[in-house]
Design a protein around this ligand. Structure first.
Ligand code: BGC
Length: 601
């Protein structure tokens, strides 16, 4: 389902040239000062707290000389305090030390001017305020303002992002489970329990040892119109429909529930295993018979205290960028749905309809590092996501965040391989495995792509999700240290924890394990690790299996397949004897538990 594609050398060169032109066009000329300017500042820091989380607001008053760039530093008194995501600055945290560096559009600060920035954070125990702040390394002690008249401030030459601090700040006095109607919390995963799908739980427990993980929340896939009311006769989803799941979530006392919206016209345009029921011209049917009924149910006041999370249309928008004509992996179906606007307008419609509901949170699929980690794909996919977010009457405000690695196998962290490493003076980026990608794991990719998405106009407080259902890569084959320094390939292949034959392989991967268990706020910018692909459900059949669900046979799921241009003509790495996509595949589930990382106890 998740397709990888790399650019030909020619396209890559073009993309780099394009980037050069953009940078030159956006250059801001700043006067070079001969002497070190005197910095002086005062800072006010306030928070509004709720159990486990808070919003921090920081106002900096520049009472020294004018600044052309700045960075604010402070130290959290407690080790539990973390910046989750922030706005109006680039936020980072190292241990308890926090740094906020200016954005390109607010680096210039006139003498006497004030700046407002903020962030959402998490805490446990208590949430005390930092006692000292520094600006460009100088302690802010609120000293006397300069006597000279401040220069009139020049407006920034680059346009600030349209987004301002989020208006969706959680209320101070109301617990996050019951935000006032229409008000969304910043991170819907924080402080509440996730819904456990009883149908998946039963399947997991049908395999020996499955009860060790069967209480984890997994997403409910609405992969056809019939799934809205339940599909007792399908091989993938069960008899429970959307209402049944929501009612059960209430009965469980769950705080959030996750659905996958997955039924676009001409679905899965670059592969066959997850082709769907709607033809490429059936956008009206998608809207009226799929999105509208889902929105009607999710909008029922009965469910207003549940945070309903929708994962929007896996793989679709990235396919429009990398798998259309002119690309090595181009398909006729991707050309068709690009030309007729089915994906862009379908996603825009889903976002607008579902995003309008006060307790509903949309996360749009944004592929994974092994697909769009190349410069040539990174920016264009961000632009494509933006185009869809403002289609069909939607605005970027309907996008709460993005998800990466859905149903894929890319490692969360590569502890022994960094893209910046080199061997004998050669960058590891030229290894066959990395192949000039800018990223080698999902966490670094997700954090960087988040910044990119904000820069193209998404809200500055968007959060990322990472599907860690099957990217654990533990077990005996997991390296315990870096590879040998004999060549870039030996180093990368010896040290990488992702044991796939090729990073473009995506179907029922042999050797994979369960990844990080679902949890909120694991890293800055990441709303949660989630299990969106329910572990143990197949990615596609290893040979042709007739079915009435529209599912095709994709040779990437055939273990004897020797590959194509999209996976470097490598073996598929797929497990044998797999059923059609979505159907229960116990042998795979067993293997996922065996190779879990962190390991199961
Ligand atoms: C399938 C869906 C299924 C989902 C979750 C997808 O690959 O196409 O039918 O619901 O996986 O297993």
């Amino acid at each position: 389902m998740n397709l990888w594609r790399r650019l030909s050398g020619r396209n890559r060169t073009l993309a780099l040239t394009g980037a050069g032109v953009l940078v030159a066009g956006g250059l801001v000329t700043l006067p070079v000062t001969a002497a070190q300017a005197a910095t002086q500042c005062s800072v006010t820091y306030t928070t509004s707290d709720w159990p486990g989380g808070f919003t921090g607001s920081v106002t900096i008053r520049n009472i020294g000389d004018a600044l052309s760039s700045w960075n604010l530093g402070f130290t959290f008194p407690n080790s539990s305090q973390r910046v989750v995501n922030g706005w109006s600055a680039r936020w980072s945290q190292n241990g308890q030390n926090v740094t906020a560096q200016n954005e390109s559009w607010n680096g210039s600060v006139a003498s006497g001017a004030t700046l407002s920035l903020g962030f959402n954070g998490s805490w446990s125990g208590s949430n005390p305020k930092p006692t000292q702040f520094t600006l460009n390394g100088t302690v802010c002690n609120g000293g006397t303002p300069p006597t000279s008249t401040p220069p009139t401030s020049t407006p920034p030459t680059s346009t600030p992002p349209t987004s301002t601090p989020p208006t969706s700040t959680p209320p101070t006095s109301t617990p996050p489970t019951t935000p006032p109607p229409g008000q969304k919390v910043d991170n819907p995963y924080v402080g509440v329990k996730g819904y456990v799908n009883p149908e998946w739980k039963a399947k997991a427990e049908s395999v020996a040892g499955g009860n060790r993980v069967s209480n984890n929340p997994t997403a409910v896939w609405l992969d056809r119109i019939a799934a809205i009311n339940g599909t007792p006769d399908s091989s993938s989803n069960g008899a429970m429909g959307v209402r049944d799941h929501l009612d059960e979530a209430l009965a469980q006392g769950a705080g959030y529930i996750q659905f996958v919206i997955y039924n676009l016209p001409g679905r899965d345009c670059a592969a066959l295993a997850s082709n769907g029921e709607l033809g490429p011209n059936e956008l009206p049917k998608y809207k009226a018979e799929y999105i509208d009924p889902i929105a009607a149910i999710q909008g029922d006041a009965k469910y207003r205290n549940l945070r309903i999370i929708n994962i929007i249309e896996i793989d679709s928008l990235p396919n429009l960028v990398t798998n259309t004509s002119g690309n090595a992996g181009g398909t006729v179906m991707c050309d068709t749905v690009k030309a007729n606007g089915a994906y862009v307008n379908g996603v825009g419609y889903a976002l607008a309809k579902l995003g309008a509901l006060g307790n509903v949170y949309n996360y749009v699929d944004a592929a994974h590092h092994g697909w769009i980690g190349w410069d040539s794909n990174f920016g264009p996919v961000a632009d494509q996501l933006k185009a869809a977010a403002v289609a069909s009457g939607s605005t970027v405000r309907n996008v709460h965040g993005f998800i990466v690695n859905t149903a894929n196998y890319s490692a969360l962290k590569e502890p022994y391989v960094k893209v910046t490493d080199s061997v004998n003076g050669q960058t590891v980026r030229q290894s066959k495995w990395i192949d000039w990608n800018q990223y080698v794991d999902e966490l670094s990719f997700a954090q960087a792509f988040r910044q990119k998405l904000v820069s193209v106009g998404f809200e500055s407080n968007i959060g990322m999700l990472i599907d860690t259902s099957r990217n654990g890569w533990g077990g005996v084959a997991r390296p315990t240290g870096p590879g040998p320094m004999t060549s870039v390939d030996a180093y990368v292949n010896g040290g990488r924890v992702d044991r796939r034959i090729h990073a473009g392989n995506w179907c029922n991967q042999a050797g994979a394990g369960l990844g990080e268990r679902p949890r909120a706020n694991p890293e800055p910018g990441i709303d949660a690790y989630v299990w969106v692909k329910p572990p143990g459900e197949s990615d596609g059949s290893s040979k042709e299996i007739p079915n009435n669900e529209g599912k095709g046979f994709d040779r990437m799921c055939d273990p004897t397949y020797t590959g194509n241009a999209r996976n470097g003509n490598s073996m598929s790495g797929a497990l044998p004897d797999a059923p059609i996509s979505g159907a229960w595949f116990p042998a795979q589930f067993q293997q996922l538990m065996q190779n879990a990382y962190p390991a199961l106890s």
